[in-house]
Design a protein around this ligand. Structure first.
Ligand code: MN
Length: 200
């Protein structure tokens, strides 16, 4: 049985980037729905009792979609922190440090160039899906677009950072303005979490 993750911040902590109302639906309704669907599908299936990442690597169809969405949202919701806790310029958010910062600079030229490409790929993803910063086994980074519930884990990459571009992630706050939502998300990224994923 999988359970709904607890958010590591208060419902209003991410405002105005993500409203408490959006968070309530996104976490409490959408993610809860994926958890309920997967728990209903697992008994008697070959995937019963497996860890979530293994289900994502092996399953297809509805089991893959619900397991993938749980994995994606767990990574998504735990990579944010409230704006008052951020270090540095609140309008831009923080920046990564250490090995991840060095690798971003090496491959993308600068953190700003990386951000521009990441937002462009999120904005340009047709329909519902996720834009990711992922790493291969050698630590090489790439920005990837995955449709629906698909994700780096299903393709042998390590997931580092993700922005959800399903309309349920932003429509209450930003309506059709997906690029504006994606740009605003930089203000709440907790880079210490992303750095930890890179170093794991
Ligand atoms: Mn979502």
């Amino acid at each position: 049985m999988f359970t709904l993750i607890e958010l590591p911040y208060a419902p209003e902590a991410l405002e105005p980037v993500i409203s408490a109302k959006t968070l309530g639906f996104h976490h409490g309704k959408h993610l809860q729905g994926y958890v309920n669907n997967l728990n209903a599908a697992l008994p008697g299936s070959p995937f019963e009792g497996l860890p979530l990442e293994e289900i994502v690597q092996k399953a297809s169809g509805g089991v893959f979609n619900n397991a993938g969405q749980i994995l994606n949202h767990n990574l998504y919701f735990t990579q944010f922190k409230g704006i008052p806790d951020q270090v540095g310029d609140d309008s831009k958010g923080a920046a990564p440090k250490g090995a991840l910062a060095a690798q971003i600079a090496k491959q993308f030229g600068s953190f700003e160039a990386f951000q521009t490409e990441f937002v462009a790929k999120g904005a340009g993803l047709f329909g519902s899906g996720w834009v990711w910063l992922q790493a291969d086994a050698a630590g090489e980074l790439s920005i990837a677009q995955y449709a629906g519930a698909d994700n780096p884990v299903a393709h042998g990459f390590k997931p580092l950072l993700t922005f959800d571009v399903w309309e349920h992630a932003y429509y209450l706050d930003y309506q059709n303005r997906r690029p504006d939502h994606l740009k605003a998300l930089w203000q709440i990224v907790d880079w210490s979490v992303v750095e930890g994923r890179y170093g794991e």
